[in-house]
Design a protein around this ligand. Structure first.
Ligand code: BES
Ligand code: MN
Ligand code: ZN
Length: 499
């Protein structure tokens, strides 16, 4: 995977040698006051910036941009001002989006080099800026040929600081870039078509990534899945010629671990719905039904870069949900790794089944916190829209810790309740539990089904990423397609645990 060459730089704005100069501008509330760097550039351009700003009502409001062609008066072809809004309300989400938009716009303008001038108050946010720069240039072009192969890519970025960057600032910038590259790896696997990305090929990617980054990786094939009694994973996966797999990646810190965290990800590499087949419109998007598992690849790559004093396990149950003579059916009763039996009512509610076995496996590691993330329900998207995840927590302590991580990372997630009133929906006349409840409250009952399989595990958080994992239009620092949404929150959570 190609990545940017990012350097820190301390230079006068009018002496920068880059194709595009992008400047982050705080909203001061005072007309035409955009800080010293813009002042210098404006002077070099004979007042063109002030004039264009007045004409376009550019005030530095968050999300506003203003582009000025230099017409040869500077080395750069153009100067772009990016509004950052009020300094007091400037948080991770907006900072990352600023950097991503700057690199994305520069790449779209066919620039090879970008100078990103950042206001002094953002110097300590270098990690977030490094993340954003790398996330902004992401595109999935691997299957293009001939004219469709992109001829231009942004190659180099100078991050321009008001004073000389400290060693710590440089380190944070570099770490941010590594995290951005890791998230882009997750985006790549989410965008891969399901004929290329299936359980076994995911496992191969996991083994390769773990080898590259010094992580441990165990893979169970179909035989081993059956031998261990992961019956629900078997049920979901047996209708496909691509056999189910199970992947367990581990990061062990050099120093004594302060905490142990297990993160599980749903890995349905294609969800046709099985015998309870889905309508064909939009079915192709179900290639991204492995986004929970996809997140684990980027997450673990980033963990290897951060090296926290926390033991981290990432667990992916992988299956392709297909209709077939061998496929499981509505009406079936299956056992599970937990030992309890499940009445199948709809083969399209497959995610919770493979997660149930993964939760039973994960809880045996006795972590301080057990997390799962999954593109689990359409009901979640109905409840919160396409840009927000739902999370559920077994304890308020875990819920509060997770909320802190969400806030630090700047991802959009909302805590939902495990409503005991709905529990009856999962009662079965013929097995220990029924797989699914009614349509109403579908995200909640899915979470409550999962809770049935956490056993003695106290702290557990379930994240339903069905909406934001895969977008049909660009939002914030993510373009169309697979996003890697969730990774940053899980990283923040692990870093919190290391404190
Ligand atoms: N993978 C889907 C959920 C989904 C829907 C993810 C839309 C992303 C976007 C899941 O396996 C599913 O089909 N869930 C069913 C459950 C129902 C049958 C109880 C759903 O949400 O309709
Ligand atoms: Mn489904
Ligand atoms: Zn699914």
């Amino acid at each position: 995977m190609s990545s940017l060459k990012i350097q820190s730089k301390h230079a006068a704005p009018n002496e920068l040698t880059a194709d595009v100069i992008a400047v982050g501008v705080l909203a001061t509330g005072k007309k035409g006051e955009f800080g010293a760097a813009v002042g210098v550039l404006d002077e070099a351009l004979g007042g063109a910036i002030a004039k264009a700003a007045a004409k376009d009502d550019f005030t530095g409001k968050r999300g506003q941009t203003l582009e000025i062609q230099t017409l040869g008066r500077l080395e750069a072809d153009c100067v772009v001002l990016h509004g950052l809004g009020d300094a007091e309300t400037l948080k991770a989400e907006a900072i990352r989006t600023f950097a991503a938009k700057a690199s994305r716009c520069a790449q779209a303008a066919k620039a090879a080099t970008l100078a990103l001038v950042i206001p002094e108050i953002l110097e300590k946010e270098s990690r977030t800026i490094g993340e954003g720069l790398e996330l902004g240039v992401y595109r999935f072009t691997k299957y293009f040929t001939g004219d469709r192969v992109p001829k231009h890519a942004l190659e180099k970025v100078q991050v321009v600081y008001a004073s000389k960057a400290s060693a710590e600032t440089k380190k944070q910038l570099e770490l941010g870039q590594k995290i951005g590259v890791a998230i882009n790896r997750t985006r790549d696997v989410g965008n891969e078509p399901p004929n290329v990305l299936y359980p076994e090929s995911y496992a191969d990617l996991a083994v390769k990534m773990c080898k590259e980054h010094g992580l441990e990786c165990k893979v169970f094939d179909f035989k081993e899945i059956q031998r261990r009694g992961m019956k629900l994973l078997q049920a979901v996966g047996q209708g496909s010629t691509h056999e189910p797999h199970f992947v367990h990646m581990t990061y062990t810190p050099e120093k004594k671990a302060r905490k142990k965290i297990v993160v599980i990800g749903k890995g349905v590499t294609f969800d046709s719905g099985g015998i309870s087949i889905k309508p064909s419109a939009g079915m192709g998007d179900m290639k991204a039904d492995m986004s929970g598992a996809g997140n684990l690849l980027g997450f673990m790559e980033a963990i290897a870069a951060i090296q926290p004093d926390v033991e981290v396990h990432a667990i992916a149950p992988l299956a392709e949900n297909m209709p077939d003579a061998k496929a499981y059916r509505p009406g079936d009763i299956w056992g599970s790794l937990d030992g309890r039996t499940v009445e199948i009512v709809n083969t399209d509610a497959e995610g919770r089944l493979i997660l149930a076995d993964a939760l039973a496996y994960g809880r045996a590691l006795q972590p301080d916190l057990l997390i799962d993330n999954a593109t689990l329900t359409g009901a979640c998207v109905v409840a919160l829209g396409a840009t927000c995840s739902a999370f559920y927590a077994s304890t308020d302590e875990a819920g509060a810790a997770f909320q802190r991580a969400v806030d630090a990372a700047g991802e959009t997630m909302w805590r939902m309740p495990l409503l005991e009133d709905l529990r009856d929906q999962l009662k079965s006349d013929v097995a220990d539990v029924k797989q699914a409840g009614d349509r109403m409250g579908g995200s909640i009952t899915a979470a409550m089904f999962l809770r049935e399989f956490i056993g003695e595990q106290k702290h557990w958080v379930h994240v339903d990423i069905a909406g934001p994992a895969y977008l049909d239009k660009a939002v914030g620092w993510s373009g169309k397609g697979a996003t890697g949404h969730g990774i940053l929150t899980f990283l923040a959570l692990v870093e919190q645990a290391a404190e």
